[in-house]
Each structure stands twice: as structure tokens, then as C-alpha cells.
Write a protein that binds this ligand. Structure first.
Ligand code: HEC
Length: 133
């Protein structure tokens, strides 16, 4: 009887340890990961339109945008980047210039968008306002 009880206790303890580990692991998975985001940045080649460090290829005030010349994005607020990328991805933000970026990012998952936004947010410590802020 005593033996059975201790086996039960060990089993219970490892079950608890296991569930704690999985909880910690899944919350880590959901957090934005800038290192993974850098891979997304390179794979999609955001620099093609937003320049090497996200300083933007469209210049001037107002910005001289075209499908291949994106606005500056380095220094934008991370949550703003997530929101705008999601809107371009799902088509709710649609201008004459968004279609090429939409096609480029069409296979990104919400997690990829979170990650690349975290990466973009590290590109500059000088804060800027977005086009829609
Ligand atoms: C083919 C060119 C192109 C590529 C590649 C591209 N973009 Fe864009 N992006 C644009 C253009 C053009 C706009 C402006 C859209 C508009 O007219 O509203 C834009 C807008 C944005 C905005 C919104 C800026 C604001 O101030 O509201 C963000 C954020 C952004 N892009 C991030 C990215 C990221 C991150 C990547 C790579 C995963 C990427 N873009 C790839 C062309 C591109």
C-alpha cells in the first residue's frame, strides 16, 4: 500500500512538472521573437521596398510612394506595425500601392507578422509616426 502511494506521488509530481513546462513553453511560443523576425525580413526581402534598415525608399513630404517604394518603418511602434501588416495581409488596408507588398507577405502567419514586427521595432531607436497615426 505504502509503495503504491509513493508511486502515485511521483507520477503526480512529474505530471505537474510536465504541465508547468508545457505552459511556460507555449507562452514563450506566443511571444514575439525578433531573431525569428529577422529571418522573415530576409526571406521576404522587405529591404527591397523599405531599404536596408527600414529607412524607407519613398522620400519627401508627402512621401513619394509607389508599389516598389515603401515608407520608412524603422522606429514605428511595434503594435502599430503588427496592425498595419495584418491589415495589408487581409486586404482591409488597400491603396494603389499595397498590392505588391500584399502578394509578398501572403504566406506569412500571424506569428511571422508578430516576429518581423518585433525585429523592425529594433531597427531604430529614433521613434517616428506611421502614415496612419
Ligand atoms: C514590394 C514592395 C514592398 C515589400 C517587399 C514590403 N513592403 Fe511594406 N509597404 C510597401 C508600400 C508601398 C507601403 C505603403 C502602402 C500604402 O500605400 O498604404 C508599405 C507599407 C508598410 C507598412 C505600413 C507603414 C505605415 O506607416 O503605415 C509596414 C509596417 C510595412 N510596410 C512593413 C513591411 C515589412 C515588415 C515587410 C517585409 C515582411 C514589407 N513591408 C515588405 C511596400 C513593400
Amino acid at each position: 500500500m505504502q509503495m503504491k502511494k509513493s508511486i502515485y506521488r511521483v507520477a503526480l509530481r512529474s505530471f505537474l512538472a510536465f504541465s508547468l513546462t508545457t505552459t511556460t513553453f507555449s507562452s514563450l511560443m506566443a511571444a514575439a521573437d525578433a531573431k525569428e523576425g529577422e529571418k522573415v525580413w530576409k526571406k521576404i526581402n522587405c529591404a527591397l521596398c523599405h531599404d536596408k534598415k527600414g529607412e524607407g525608399k519613398a522620400k519627401g513630404t508627402p512621401l513619394k510612394l509607389n508599389a516598389m517604394k515603401g515608407p520608412p518603418i524603422a522606429g514605428l511602434n511595434e503594435q502599430y506595425i503588427v496592425k498595419q501588416m495584418t491589415a495589408i495581409h487581409d486586404g482591409s488596408r488597400k491603396t494603389a500601392y499595397t498590392n505588391t507588398m500584399k502578394l509578398k507577405i501572403k504566406n506569412l502567419t500571424p506569428q511571422d507578422i508578430e516576429n518581423v514586427s518585433a525585429y523592425v521595432a529594433t531597427l531604430s531607436s529614433t521613434k517616428i509616426k506611421g502614415m496612419l497615426e
